[in-house]
Design a protein around this ligand. Sequence first.
Ligand code: MAN
Length: 351
Amino acid sequence: MKDIAKRFPENPLLSPSDILPSHKDLQIACLLNPGVFRYDGKIWMIIRVAERPDQKEDTISFPVLTSAGVEVIEISKGNPELDAKDARVIKYKGVDYLTTLSHLRLMCSDDGRKFYEPEGYPLLIGEGFLESFGIEDCRVSYIDGLYYLTYTAVSPNGVGVGLRTTSDWKKFQSHGMILPPHNKDCAIFEEKINGLFYALHRPSSVEIGGNFIWLASSPDGVHWGNHQCVLKTRENLWDSSRIGAGASPIKTEKGWLSIYHGANQNHQYCLGAFLMDLENPVKVIARTEVPIMVPTKEYELSGFFGNVVFTNGHVVNPEADSVTIYYGASDEFVCGAEFSIKEIFSLLQYI
Ligand code: MAN
């Protein structure tokens, strides 16, 4: 499979060794899946930083958040009650855990390629039990002077969508969990439609249905209803197993353009696009049959969890008719690629 991404020659833009861990007992295992926004004349990323303790030969150890702070759990690899086949999740005594604990960290850049940690801005870490396995994959939407941060909140109770808002990136208001488990990949549209907020999100239905993209609306950006399924996985294609929206959809003359990720049965993650009606986004009018981006580079093929390109952040460059997508490569590196919007449209097939 070919793709139309113009990858930055500087890739990976950020690797785990580029920043310092948040805690003395932890190391950074992965930097991934940044939310992206413009603020104060710069391009900013809010990166997912996944950490764990230094791994010893005979044990698996992983951190969780408790009311007392970070606590490390250590299990012997030979323990018959341990199932650790997936690099990302483990099962122990029938309970699921994550192998890493993620927080969100701000980085900024003058040119969109060289990123550094700004001084005086806080880290965002999980708050309370519903975020005790961490917070991940933050999307940022700017609406009427306020930034809406929708992120994955993970805990023993499941995976849901949390919301915080800010206007200055220093003080944040927490709105708790806005979509309960199992749900992730929530991207709020950056403009209201007929007075309502809209968002794409991805609940998972285990027995009937699947991992499909849904649309919801809200009077205030916090309370969501009128949920409708808009896009499904497709058998035997690159997006046969799971799909989920990327960042906030891009407003174009022809409709709302959403970049999304799709995974197949082999856990290969590619990117594609679909188009929603401008006035009535529940109507999907076109979708790419082929992906617009496929993991092909070394840094996309091997890493913490290889064969993955995943995005939840971009900036639109209207004068160039292009979009710069920032993405997580192999769940370990942060990378960038530019796409011509015209070229994305040339791959869309009208339904
Ligand atoms: C999946 C992967 C992990 C992530 C968990 C919880 O297993 O995307 O990286 O930590 O879900 O969201």
